[in-house]
Design a protein around this ligand. Structure first.
Ligand SMILES: C[S@@+](CC[C@H](N)C(=O)[O-])C[C@H]1O[C@@H](n2cnc3c(N)ncnc32)[C@H](O)[C@@H]1O
Length: 187
């Protein structure tokens, strides 16, 4: 196995790390052998330590609507969501805000290290979500867009405008998820 060059810090692993770092445009990449180690490292890098709690604020009014995919959302979703929080014992971590995004952001005043935009996927609403919340993301923070690969709907179009305006770079895409990083304060 060591002859393969892939074991721990064998030459192929080092080359693989170099290629990943170059691809992402970052100084270093560290290959690990399992997801737990990777997640642990990512949390350490973000400054999260044992015992820290990282709250997740979930903004959704759960009112009746039909989204851009033709799917219906309604107030029953709120009950299902709250039941799931209880079931998975995460009520201390996930804090629901039952308001439309455009109203909730007006009362917000904290820093957001990771902003996940996955609401109304029209161009107008996605733009409002981004403008309303991204000002709370610090330099180095992340903005994630779901359903962001379809050129016909809002997230794809808004991401195009963001990248063109500068101040963000695209870190990666996983299926329909795209991850941007703020690189300039005030962007
Ligand atoms: C595709 S679902 C995603 C929900 C959640 N992010 C998930 O992954 O389960 C879109 C959600 O956006 C919500 N939504 C629609 N308009 C909204 C708005 N103005 N502010 C906040 N949420 C909104 C809908 O109620 C719906 O639950």
């Amino acid at each position: 196995m060591s002859a393969s060059g892939w074991l721990t810090q064998g030459p192929r692993t080092v080359e693989f790390e170099r290629l990943i770092a170059d691809y992402l445009g970052v100084p270093e990449a560290v290959a690990t052998d399992n997801c737990t180690t990777s997640l642990q490292l990512a949390l350490e890098m973000m400054g999260v330590r044992a015992g820290d709690e990282v709250p997740v604020f979930a903004v959704d009014p759960h009112v009746e609507a039909v989204d851009v995919f033709g799917w219906t959302v309604d107030p029953d979703d709120r009950a299902i969501f709250l039941q799931n929080l209880l079931r998975f014992e995460v009520t201390d971590i996930v804090r629901p805000i039952s308001l439309p995004s455009e109203r909730a952001c007006k009362a917000w005043d904290g820093e957001i290290s990771m902003l996940w935009i996955d609401g109304d996927h029209t161009y107008e609403a996605t733009k409002i979500d981004f403008k309303g919340w991204s000002r709370f993301v610090p330099s180095g923070g992340l903005v994630l867009f779901h359903d962001a690969n379809d050129p016909e709907i809002g997230p794809f179009q808004v991401i195009g405008e963001i990248l063109e305006a500068g101040g963000y770079r695209e870190l990666l895409g996983i299926n329909s998820l795209r991850v941007l990083q703020k690189v300039a304060a005030g962007a």
